[in-house]
Design a protein around this ligand. Structure first.
Ligand code: SF4
Ligand code: SF4
Length: 298
């Protein structure tokens, strides 16, 4: 199985629009939406969920106050300062110990020292993941709960599930919509992939973000190609980025023009290549041909 990961140095580069079009052009590739913090591929691909499960990551300590003898040992041992005494000021007798779920790192130390055995240690449901079918093929996607961390683990789960499903169905290409940036979720979506396509914008900050993400890709020894989205909003910067890529021996997969058809297609929940004929659609088809050839040459 070959795996193409589409990433960008930051959000809002048009990465998901490119992935949705690739899904339409690939004809029955496996799709994985690893942008779990802001998943939106489903908005275009309109999946039918066939299977879903909670995403459980880590544990959380909760004091069952009725049995607490107020010894304070949990507060003493917690090095994350997650335990506090709450209640009326200056009335110690009415105060109760409480664990802040945001600060609790789930280390379990307080559970071990509590003499009353009154601290519950429960698995935390951080989100949900889904195996679905779409008009362009099967898709694995997920939703991380509000203010939840562990997105790297959820990305790894989505990717792993998509890879196994590819094997079961005999699908030879996995297209992954990767998270933006250079953090842990990007690393989880990138390592071991066949090819990374970086979607960049022709701005000074776009070039800076592109440089950072290329360093990360190089570190993980994943071959990379670059395409520039909305290249014609700043042709000069596009040429500068392309010159830099040539000097770094990073192949260019193409340019995509700014085109209102992209937004119009999104409003109709379509990828741009499904939305009749358009300049951006033609450009994405050309980028797809380059990328498809590259991923199967590797
Ligand atoms: S589980 Fe660890 S981090 Fe959470 S309250 Fe107990 S000691 Fe603190
Ligand atoms: S260690 Fe247990 S009994 Fe002591 S204050 Fe904490 S929760 Fe209460």
């Amino acid at each position: 199985m070959k795996e193409l990961v589409v990433i960008s140095g930051k959000g809002g580069s048009g990465k998901t629009s490119v992935v949705a079009s690739f899904a339409a052009l690939a004809q029955n590739a496996m799709l994985a939406d690893c942008d779990v913090d802001a998943a939106d591929l489903h908005l275009v691909l309109d999946p039918t969920v066939e299977h879903s499960e909670d995403f459980v990551a880590g544990k959380e300590a909760i004091i069952q106050t009725g049995r607490c003898i107020a010894c304070g040992k949990c507060m003493e041992i917690c090095r994350f300062e997650a335990v506090s005494l709450t209640g009326p000021a200056n009335e110690l007798i009415d105060k109760t110990y409480r664990i802040d779920p945001i600060d609790c790192e789930g280390c379990g130390a307080c559970v071990r020292v509590c003499p009353a055995g009154t601290i519950a240690f429960e698995p935390v449901v951080c989100g949900r993941w889904f195996c679905s079918t779409t008009r362009h093929g099967p898709m694995v996607h997920a939703r991380l709960g509000t203010a939840q961390e562990n997105s790297g683990k959820l990305v790894a789960l989505v990717r792993d599930t998509a890879g196994k499903w590819c094997e079961q169905l005999g699908i030879d290409l996995l297209i992954t919509d990767g998270p933006p940036g250079i953090g842990c979720p990007v690393i989880a979506s990138l390592s071991g992939a066949t090819l990374a396509l970086v979607v960049a914008e022709p701005t000074v900050s776009g070039l800076h973000d592109l440089d950072r993400v290329l360093q990360l890709i190089e570190h993980f020894q994943v071959p990379a190609v670059v395409c520039i989205n909305k290249w014609d909003i700043n042709a000069e910067m596009t040429e500068r980025i392309e010159a830099e890529m040539q000097s770094k021996n990073v192949p260019l997969a193409g340019r995509i023009r700014y085109d209102n058809a992209v937004t119009k297609a999104q409003l109709q929940r379509l990828s741009v290549v499904e939305y009749g004929r358009s300049e951006a659609g033609d450009d994405i088809r050309a980028v797809w041909e380059n990328v498809h050839r590259s991923v199967f040459d590797l």
